[in-house]
Write a protein that binds this ligand. Structure first.
Ligand SMILES: Cc1cc2nc3c(=O)[nH]c(=O)nc-3n(C[C@H](O)[C@H](O)[C@H](O)COP(=O)(O)O)c2cc1C
Length: 323
């Protein structure tokens, strides 16, 4: 399948693995890229630019296909060494960067001078248009269904994607709620040039996370996610657990007076314990509604091959027979 996204990134299939904190290590990125998609290393999961440089080198030993690095720009008390991370990406020879969070404009000149393509992840048409205006090569449009940060507009992909298609000139991928060949064909029908998946790629053999994380996704239904941190305008879709119940009770009790410190125990620094030690009640972790469509833990290649075969059958079979 050839789309503007496969052409732009030089990949075989229009399927991207989005950056995921404490999930997007070299093993997963290489497995996705080797399967013909685009695998992504999560920059900030590496605590320093030096560690990111090592992770990129480790990934390079596992694949010669294009790989991507995610840079998430979020406000923080002690901002990460972004110039150092950008240098590690450039010196590591990575040619694709997924940016997310704040406007990436400041970093575009350095990336573009080094022939690095930028795909910016956003949750609204206005932010997608801004990304296009500042010179991003593509955008990843994340609907309300998505695991992680869906923004504050709550527009599901059935509306958001065709709206993006109406307005954007640059290519875009559909993100949030994507799991299979049906998702890919629907994304293409709604105007996207491919799809980005997060939660689905966690439940794969190569995802270097604890087995209990994969089991929790397989066991979850589409009813099992919750939105947390809305009062802080930093909404995150997470899988429900005892920590999330506690967090939501605090949000209800404190109302507008809620501060980050009140919920720090449930959200700050919890990812290593959950993802690596499998302490599933340790805190809130991002997970999409798409968990309801995930029932197995295949290899990345099995997953991507299955998606492409199902998409092919849908387009040439079921849809072609309807017209
Ligand atoms: C566990 C987890 C961690 C994530 N961490 C990040 C992150 O650090 N930076 C980022 O830009 N997106 C992050 N995301 C969002 C994904 O890249 C992707 O946009 C999202 O998962 C798509 O929705 P889906 O889960 O329904 O496929 C994360 C998602 C999950 C599930």
């Amino acid at each position: 399948m050839k789309t503007r996204i496969t052409e732009l990134f030089g990949i075989e299939h229009p399927i991207i693995q989005g950056g995921m904190h404490y999930v997007g290590f070299a093993e997963l990125a290489a497995a996705v890229s080797n399967a013909g998609g685009l695998g992504t290393i999560t920059g900030l999961t590496q605590r320093t630019p030096e560690l990111l440089a090592k992770e990129i080198a480790r990934c390079r030993e596992m694949t010669s296909k294009p790989i991507c690095v995610n840079l998430t720009f979020l406000p923080s008390v002690t901002p990460p060494d972004f110039p150092g991370y950008v240098r590690a990406i450039i010196e590591g020879g990575v040619k694709i960067v997924e940016t997310a969070g704040n406007n990436p404009q400041k970093w575009l000149p350095a990336l573009r001078e080094n022939n690095i393509k930028v795909i910016h992840k956003c949750t609204s048409v206005r932010h997608a248009l801004k990304a296009e205006a500042i010179g991003c090569d593509a955008v990843s449009v994340d609907g309300f269904e998505c695991g992680g940060h869906p923004g504050e507009d709550d527009i599901p992909n059935m509306i958001l994607l065709p709206r993006a298609a109406e307005e954007l000139k640059i290519p875009f991928v559909a993100s949030g709620g994507m799991a299979d060949g049906r998702s890919l064909v629907a994304s293409l029908a709604l105007g996207a040039d491919g799809m980005n998946m997060g939660t689905r790629f966690i439940a794969t053999k190569e995802a270097p996370v604890h087995q209990r994380v994969k089991d929790a996704i397989v066991a979850a239904s589409e009813l099992d996610t919750r939105l947390v941190m809305r009062p802080l305008r930093n909404t995150e879709r997470v899988l429900k657990n005892d920590a999330v119940t506690r967090l939501l009770e605090k949000e209800r009790a404190l109302g507008a007076a809620l501060k980050f410190e009140d919920i720090a125990e449930e959200v700050a620094g919890v990812y290593p314990a959950i993802m690596q030690q499998g302490e599933m009640e340790r805190g809130a972790w991002s997970c999409g509604m798409v968990a309801g469509l995930i029932r197995d833990v295949p290899t990345c290649k099995e997953l991507i091959d299955r998606i492409m075969a199902q998409a092919d059958e849908l387009i040439r079979g079921r849809l072609a027979r309807l017209v």
